[in-house]
Design a protein around this ligand. Structure first.
Ligand code: PAF
Length: 284
């Protein structure tokens, strides 16, 4: 039987009891609408700790006013069913009222990496993410926290948050899980119409093309990006927010490709749905 805890107090008491017995807790923070990508995190968490807490909370503070907060899928019972094969799972599904009472006004903000890539398009997004994660870390007190590499910028920011605020948490990053045609799994894929879903496959094809260019010895940033933008440009349903090659630690653009690993990162709108993807590449 999977336990669902809705109250912050109950979650904190549960965590205290678990830790008092000398057991470890792994936290898998999610916004629900669980897919194979989330389940791979739960599986990894399950192998690492005695108890896995999957938090399911669509965090309002990480959505800008023009974004999809209202239509974001909320499927708690389905999510519970998706987790039924795992043992020692607890779902933490708190309410907005408890996490953000009217008087709430204390924020946690990372100041450097958050300003790059998606930070330029999603105003306040990462401040919302670091704030809710700080709250979840304080209540659940996990020994381990699991995140997907798919949200590459997010996982860098989480590592920085944990380091800067001295959380005694081991942050573990798991590989991106992809659909049959390479599209990175995301709860937002549910928004895509059949035509958009088909078109979205070009995002992964673009990353593969970048990998080929870089491994083939191309060192000119502009030439690579022009080629990739053209490839995406063939899909009339897609508009690019950004496509870039950056340092995987700092997210600073690399104009002249050398021998060090790079991150190829992109964000695009497929119809009204904003999707992101990225790939680490070792240039030859
Ligand atoms: O990646 C997500 O689903 C969210 O940003 C997270 C980490 C659960 C915070 O709300």
């Amino acid at each position: 039987m999977i336990k669902i805890i809705k109250s912050v107090k109950e979650m904190a008491n549960f965590a205290n009891r678990i830790k008092g017995r000398g057991h470890t807790i792994a936290l898998v923070p999610t916004m629900g609408a669980l897919h194979e990508g989330h389940l791979s995190l739960v599986e990894a968490a399950h192998n690492k700790a005695n108890i896995v807490v999957v938090s399911i909370y669509v965090n309002p503070t990480q959505f800008a006013p023009n974004e999809d907060f209202n239509k974001y899928p909320r499927t708690l019972l389905k999510d519970k069913t998706a987790l039924r094969h795992f043992e020692h799972i607890t779902i933490f599904a708190p309410s907005d009222k408890e996490l953000y009472p009217d008087t709430f006004d204390t924020w946690v903000e990372e100041g450097t990496i958050s300003k790059k890539l998606c930070g330029k398009f999603r105003f306040g997004h990462f401040k919302g993410v670091t704030t809710i994660l700080s709250k979840l870390f304080n209540v659940v007190r996990p020994d381990f926290a699991f995140f997907g590499e798919k949200d590459y910028q997010q996982q860098l920011i989480v590592k920085k948050l944990v380091k800067d605020l001295n959380y005694p948490i081991d942050v573990i990053i798991c590989p991106t899980i992809r659909e049959y045609d390479g599209l990175a799994m995301s709860s937002r894929n549910k928004y895509l119409s059949p035509k958009e879903r088909k078109a979205a496959a070009v995002l992964y094809k673009t990353l593969i093309r970048a990998k080929k260019d870089l491994e083939g010895g191309e060192t000119d940033y502009r030439r690579i990006i022009v080629g990739l933008s053209r490839l995406i440009g063939f899909e009339p349903l897609i508009r690019i927010d950004y496509i870039t090659i950056v340092n995987p630690d700092t997210l600073i653009e690399i104009k002249e490709i050398k021998k060090e690993k790079v991150l190829v990162a992109l964000a695009a709108r497929v119809g009204k749905t904003r999707l992101i993807d990225s790939m680490i590449v070792q240039p030859k």
